[in-house]
Every structure is written in structure tokens, then in C-alpha cells.
Design a protein around this ligand. Structure first.
Ligand code: NAI
Length: 742
């Protein structure tokens, strides 16, 4: 059903419209209609003959008189459009501004191509193409300053399709379309819109080529309403091309075949072009590119398909394009293995990666990641994504049933699990599989699992979640048990925070690890993706965050790292400050990464799982909150529960929740479950109703533990608050004395 339409007629009161070549034919019809609708009109016409020779003021004057006789407002302009400044000056002198320019003036000098003289060529280009340029350029800044403008270019079907004897005219007419396409882009932000029409109407230009009957039927009045509508302030059309005549209007656009890659590695031969000609020219499933960005993206996709070395990884954050050629065949794709890939590296690559995620010689702790002769020389755990990323880039394009448009691919999430520390050099073999495909409505999520082996041993597992925009709705499931899910952090304030200023060259450095997407280095490509500047790789932000966790909770010991999961929410721009907020829940460190300058969250639902997370954290890093002293005691209690949990359960038989405060605010929650099995200790509120909830400050806690403060006394003096079964407070002394010795 069509949307509600205004019944108000389209009016142009207060608007100033220039129509060039308005002394007759189409231009006259436009001028009359604009005037009838309230515009002040500049009727421009040189008054020459059809071939562009001679001049006369009467053509313009007659139209002005007709408008005035009907009560309209108009002035004449007799200058050639080649003198655009003068034409626009007439508008400014008469009405003080210019809102609408209809480039309509035209001549014909038809000749077969062989007989086309220089003059035939030049005059046509000068009147049509150069004249439209001159008039429009003279009006442009006025429109820009007033943030309003509507421009029409007049092309022709002769330019669009070609026409015998009109080589000069066809060239000029399609030149006008190119001009309009760019003006539409440049003018958009100033509310200047530019559209092109290819009209057909009876006029002195067509009277020699069309039979009289047709000339009479194809009235200019059947074209003018389109021009008037395109110039109305309520019309949002911009950069479009219309064929119009006899009261019919149609819109045109480009269509392109899916084409064929005919190159093999560095070789491309004429024979390969010949052999693929059918596919190159096959319009089945053809797409409709809308911008030069669409065109460029296709080339990047081609480079991608041609291989990792020269290839480019899928664009992680660029906005969706309008074209959609993606097709997914679930039965064919799910469970498919992608060709295995090998990644051979020396010490250089882990060092380059460490530099790529912000390791610096300023920090002595970082040396073991940057200096191959350091006795603890190690490879950062998140380097594990590097050997696997090749499988993803090449893999996706090789899977049958996954006919996806790489310009619509976003890297949504990443999971990495390590089974042993990564070797600092060697050859790693990666095997990828399409684990599952989800239908998220707005797009499809492809889960690609990649397992990476070193000398036959599994060293790490990656799950790439790839979102393909616009390919959803194929009736697939929304969730899968294969998904490594994101987990939200606790609602309390973060336990720790680390930050780094991302250096201006960070993305330039990180890409050397094999992600060659120009989005991260080339300003003009970034602009195509809608970014002011090249953006940091999502996996690089992940590397920073993982490094923060490793430093904060694992003393940079890579053997402690088990797994990481992140969802990429927004990009980071080099130069911004990345803040990693961390929450410790047992061996899981929840994290959230933000850009300090604008508070935008860039990594969400993220966590790192550690082996035996250290309860004592470093406190010498700027911006980090000191951990609580009580954390040490709980770490000790945790160890004792492992040793003598059964005995403790027998003696205490209660679930005790601890709310530890610092500076009057809740700083940590711990639960000691000594009720069932062999007992357990975990961070956070009790999972089942606690028998007793004890609240006290971190300092008082330490006093109690060290025996300097008796728990009962602390209770009566108000330092220790107990909710629930108060009798359990008597057991506290025992827990501390017997099990929490420091
Ligand atoms: P027309 O000959 O009736 O109108 C063109 C007007 O432009 C004339 O009044 C002429 O004096 C004026 N003119 C020529 N050179 C000028 C200059 N240097 N400066 C100022 N004015 C100048 O022809 P018609 O058919 O109304 O054409 C209007 C436009 O539509 C032209 O650009 C033409 O190429 C285009 N067109 C017309 C088609 C048709 O079927 N009538 C088909 C395709 C395009």
C-alpha cells in the first residue's frame, strides 16, 4: 500500500529557478510550470539557431511575457550558457539568490562520425557539457552557503544507448551524467541534489527526426512535471537518472555480471579471458552497483580470493553495502572442512605480534616478548589467532554452498583457547571446519572452527564468528550449541583497570602480522568504509586487552592463559586510549574494553580464562586499583579447602557470604560454601541462600584474621555486621585460626 501523500500542491513560492535554453521546446515548458507554481524564474536563451549559430533576445522575451501575462514572476537572460557567471548574475541581480538550476540549453550538429569536424565536436561539447559546467559552477557556492540547491542535467538516450550520426552529442550527453554523479556526492552534505533526465519530446531539435504525429503526441508538458518535482524541496532524490517522455517516467541504474577471475597467481593471459568469456558476460544473478565504493570492494574481494599473501582480510567494520549476491546452502556448507594451511615462522613473528599489540621496551616485564635471547622468551597467547586467520580468509571462499559477498562480511566475535604455550618458532598446521551457520534475521553468522597443530599436537583452537550482512532469513536456527558464548561482566565496578594510548602507527604495525585490509592503513579506503581515519584491527584491540589481563592477573606468565572470548562492538582509532576494565571471578577475568576519549565500548561480553589466577595483582600500573588485602586471605582459604575441605565442612556446616568494603563502599564479595561435598570458595554472592552474610571492611578483616580483633568484639562495636544465623560468627574465629594462616 502506498504511504500517505500530501494533498497540498507542490509550490515554489520564494524560490528562484533558472532554466537555460528556455526560449522554446522543453525549457519553455519547465519555465512556465515553475512560474505557475510560484517560483521566480530566469528565462535564459541565447536565441541562436539549432546548430548554435546566431543570437536573438526575442526567444527569452516571449516566454517572460507569457509568464508575466499569467501573473508570474520572470526575467530574461540572453547570455550563452558558456558565460555561466553572467547568467547567474542575472538571477542574483533580479532576485538576490539562486535555488534551482535546470541545465537544458542545447544544439545539434549531427554528422556520421567520419564527417564530424573539429567544430562539430567542439561546439557540442561547449554548449552542452561546458555550458552546464559553467552555469552550475557559478551557482554552486551560493547554493552551498544557503544549504539548498536543486540541479538538473539534461542527458539523452543517444548518450545512454548511442545513436547513429550523434557521436559528438552522445559524448557530451553522457559526460553530463558523469558530472551529475559527482555533484550529487559533493553536494549531498549541503542539501544540494543533482539529477539527470533523458527526455523525449517534440521540439525544433526533434522535428527533423520524428514524424509529425509523434511530435504532437510527445509534448514537453509531459516531461516538465518530472523536472519540477525533482527540484522541489520535499524531493530527496539525488544522483539518479530518468528516462521521460509521453507522460511516462522510468529510472535507470547500472547492472553488472558476477564476472569471473581469470588471473592465476601473477599470470593473466588473453586466452584465459577468452575461455571465461561466457561467465564474464553472464547476467544471471547480476548485481547493481551503486557507487565506486561498491566497485572497489569487488576488487578487494577478488584479491582476497586470490590468496592470503596478496589478499585482504574481510572488512571488519565497514557499513553494509546495498548489493547482495550472497547465497548460503546450509546442507552443503555445514561440516565442510576447508583446505588445511601451514604457517612457518621464526622468532620474528611473535616479536612483531608483541609490538603489534603494544608491548614496549619501556616496561622491563615486556622484554621476554620482545627479545629472542631473553631467558623467558615467550610467544603471547593471542598470537594463536595469526596462524589460524589464513584458514578463515582462504577457507570461506573455498567452501561449496557458501556463496558470500565479502564486502558484506563483518568479523563479529572471536574465541581462542590454548592447550599449551605457543612455540616461539616452528611450523603450525591449521585445519578449519564450518562448525555451524546461524540465521540472525538481519544476517547469517558463520561459525568457523580452526584447530592448529604443532608437530601433530593440538596447540590451540579458534572460533571465528563471521557475520554476513543481509543474508539472513533463510529459515535457519538462531542458536547453536557450537557457539562459544559471550558472558556479561558482574554489575559491580571493575576490580582493576589498565589503559594504553594506542600509538598512531599501531594499525600500520599490526597489519604486518598478515591482515592486509587497507581499511587499517589507507585513508581513502577508510573513507569509503565511512571512517574518518584508518581503524585498528579488532583482533589488535583483543590483543591489547588480553595483554592487560595477563599482566594484571598472571604476572605475564603465558602458561597461565587458557582462553579468551570477545565480541567486537566498535573500532578503535589509532591515537585513542584503550581502557581494559577487569572483574575477577575465580579463574575467569571478565573484561570490557573502552575508548577513554568517547567512552565507547569496543569489546563486550568478553573474558579471559586463566589457570590459577593470581589473587595478588600488580599495583604499580597507573590507573589500576589496588587489590584488597583480604583477597590474599581468601586465596589461602581456597587452598586450604582444597586440602582439608571435607573436615571444614564437618566443623562449620554453613554457607558464609562475605561483603568486604573499602572506603565505605562494597569492594568484593566472596562465598565460602562449607555445607556440601568437600566445600568450595568462589568470588561473588552465594549461589544458594547464605546462612550468614558478614560485612566488614578490608582493614578490619585483616585485623580479625591476624588475631588483633576478636570477631565478637568487632560485631558488638559495629565493625562487623552479621545477617542471618549469628551463631556462625563463633565459627569465624576457628576458620581464621585454623585455616587462614598467612
Ligand atoms: P530546443 O532547441 O527547442 O531548445 C533548446 C534551447 O536552447 C533553444 O531555445 C536554444 O536557443 C537554446 N540554446 C542553444 N544554445 C544556447 C546557449 N549557448 N546558451 C543559451 N541557450 C542556448 O530543444 P529541446 O528539444 O527543447 O531540447 C532541450 C534539451 O533537451 C537539450 O539539451 C536537448 O539536447 C535535450 N534533449 C531533447 C530531446 C528531445 O526529444 N527534444 C531528446 C534528448 C535530449
Amino acid at each position: 500500500m502506498a504511504g500517505a501523500r500530501s494533498v497540498e500542491p507542490l509550490r515554489f513560492d520564494g524560490k528562484v529557478a533558472l532554466v537555460t535554453g528556455a526560449g522554446g521546446g522543453l525549457g519553455k515548458a519547465y519555465a512556465l510550470l515553475f512560474a505557475e507554481r510560484g517560483a521566480s524564474v530566469i528565462v535564459n536563451d541565447l536565441g541562436g539557431d539549432i546548430k548554435g549559430e546566431g543570437k536573438c533576445s526575442s526567444a527569452a522575451d516571449r516566454v517572460v511575457e507569457e509568464i508575466r501575462a499569467k501573473g508570474g514572476n520572470a526575467v530574461a537572460s540572453y547570455d550563452s550558457v558558456e558565460e555561466g557567471e553572467k547568467v547567474i548574475q542575472t538571477a542574483l541581480d533580479a532576485f538576490g539568490k539562486i535555488d534551482i538550476v535546470v541545465n537544458n540549453a542545447g544544439i545539434l550538429r549531427d554528422r556520421s562520425f567520419a564527417r564530424t569536424s573539429d567544430l562539430d565536436w567542439d561546439l557540442i561539447q561547449r554548449v552542452h557539457l561546458r555550458g552546464s559546467f559553467k552555469v552550475t559552477r557559478a551557482a554552486w557556492n551560493h547554493m552551498k552557503n544557503q544549504k539548498y540547491g536543486r540541479i538538473i542535467m539534461t542527458a539523452s538516450t543517444s548518450g545512454i544507448y548511442g545513436n547513429f550520426g550523434q557521436a559528438n552529442y552522445s559524448a557530451a550527453k553522457l559526460g553530463l551524467l558523469g558530472l551529475a554523479n559527482t555533484l550529487a556526492i559533493e553536494g549531498e552534505k549541503y542539501n544540494i541534489q543533482c539529477n539527470t533526465i533523458a527526455p523525449t519530446a517534440g521540439s525544433r531539435l526533434t522535428q527533423t527526426v520524428l514524424p509529425q504525429e509523434l511530435l504532437d503526441a510527445l509534448k514537453p508538458e509531459f516531461v516538465a512535471p518530472l523536472v519540477v518535482w525533482l527540484c522541489h524541496e520535499s524531493c530527496q532524490e539525488n544522483g539518479s537518472l530518468f528516462e521521460v517522455g509521453a507522460g511516462w517516467i522510468g529510472k535507470l541504474r547500472w547492472e553488472r555480471t558476477l564476472g569471473a577471475i581469470v588471473r592465476q597467481n601473477q599470470q593473466m593471459t588473453p586466452e584465459a579471458v577468452r575461455d571465461n568469456w561466457g561467465q564474464i558476460c553472464d547476467f544471471q544473478n547480476a548485481i547493481k552497483p551503486k557507487s565506486s565504493r561498491d566497485s572497489l570492494m569487488t576488487l578487494y574481494e577478488v584479491l582476497n580470493k586470490l590468496g592470503t599473501k596478496q589478499g585482504i582480510s574481510p572488512n571488519p567494520t565497514s557499513g553494509p553495502l546495498q548489493i547482495n549476491t550472497s547465497r548460503i546452502n546450509l546442507a552443503e556448507a555445514i561440516g565442510k572442512n576447508v583446505p588445511s594451511s601451514e604457517y612457518t615462522y621464526t622468532n620474528l613473528q611473535p616479536i612483531l605480534y608483541a609490538l603489534g599489540v603494544g608491548m614496549t621496551t619501556k616496561d622491563p616485564d615486556h622484554l621476554k616478548f620482545l627479545f629472542e635471547r631473553n631467558e623467558d622468551f615467550s610467544c603471547l597467547p593471542t598470537f594463536g589467532v595469526i596462524p589460524a586467520q589464513g584458514s578463515m580468509i582462504d577457507g570461506l571462499s573455498s567452501v561449496p554452498g557458501l556463496n558470500i559477498d565479502f564486502t558484506k562480511v563483518l568479523h563479529g566475535e572471536q574465541y581462542l583457547e590454548l592447550y599449551k604455550p605457543l612455540p616461539t618458532s616452528g611450523t603450525l598446521k591449521s585445519e578449519g571446519t564450518i562448525a555451524d551457520i546461524l540465521d540472525k534475521g538481519s544476517g547469517a553468522v558463520i561459525l568457523m572452527d580452526v584447530r592448529t597443530y604443532h608437530e601433530g599436537d593440538l596447540v590451540c583452537y579458534n572460533q571465528f564468528s563471521i557475520f554476513v550482512v543481509g543474508t539472513g532469513g533463510f529459515g535457519g536456527k538462531r542458536m547453536s550449541d557450537k557457539v562459544k558464548v559471550t558472558v556479561q561482566p558482574p554489575s559491580r565496578p571493575p576490580d582493576a583497570m589498565m589503559s594504553d594510548v594506542i600509538s598512531i602507527n599501531q594499525a600500520a604495525l599490526y597489519r604486518l602480522n598478515g591482515d592486509w585490509n587497507p581499511l587499517h592503513i589507507d585513508p581513502s579506503f577508510a573513507a569509503f568504509g565511512g571512517f574518518k581515519r584508518p581503524i585498528l584491527h579488532g583482533l589488535c584491540s583483543m590483543g591489547f586487552a588480553a595483554r592487560h589481563v595477563l599482566s594484571q592477573y598472571a604476572n605475564n606468565d603465558v602458561t597461565k592463559f587458557k582462553a579468551i572470548k570477545v565480541r567486537f562492538a566498535k573500532p578503535v582509532i589509532p591515537g585513542q586510549t584503550l581502557e581494559t576494565e577487569m572483574w575477577k571471578e575465580g579463574n575467569r577475568i571478565h573484561l570490557r574494553a573502552k575508548v577513554k576519549e568517547n567512552n565507547e565500548v569496543v569489546l563486550v561480553g568478553a573474558y579471559v580464562d586463566l589457570e590459577d589466577a593470581a589473587y595478588q595483582s600488580r599495583d604499580n600500573v597507573t590507573g589500576m586499583r589496588r587489590e584488597l588485602q583480604s583477597d590474599l586471605v581468601f586465596a589461602e582459604i581456597s587452598r586450604r579447602i582444597k586440602d582439608v575441605g571435607k573436615e571444614m565442612v564437618k566443623k562449620v556446616n554453613a554457607v558464609l557470604q562475605w561483603d568486604v568494603t573499602k572506603d565505605g563502599k562494597m569492594a568484593a564479595q566472596w562465598t565460602i560454601d562449607l555445607k556440601s561435598g568437600s566445600g568450595e570458595l568462589y568470588k561473588g554472592a552465594a549461589h544458594c541462600p547464605a546462612d550468614t552474610i558478614i560485612t566488614l571492611s578490608d582493614e578490619d578483616f585483616m585485623q580479625v584474621v591476624s588475631g588483633k580483633l576478636n570477631p565478637q568484639k568487632a560485631f558488638f562495636s559495629g565493625k562487623l555486621n552479621i545477617k542471618g544465623n549469628i551463631l556462625h560468627s563463633q565459627k569465624l574465629e576457628m576458620i581464621f585460626k585454623e585455616y587462614a594462616k598467612l
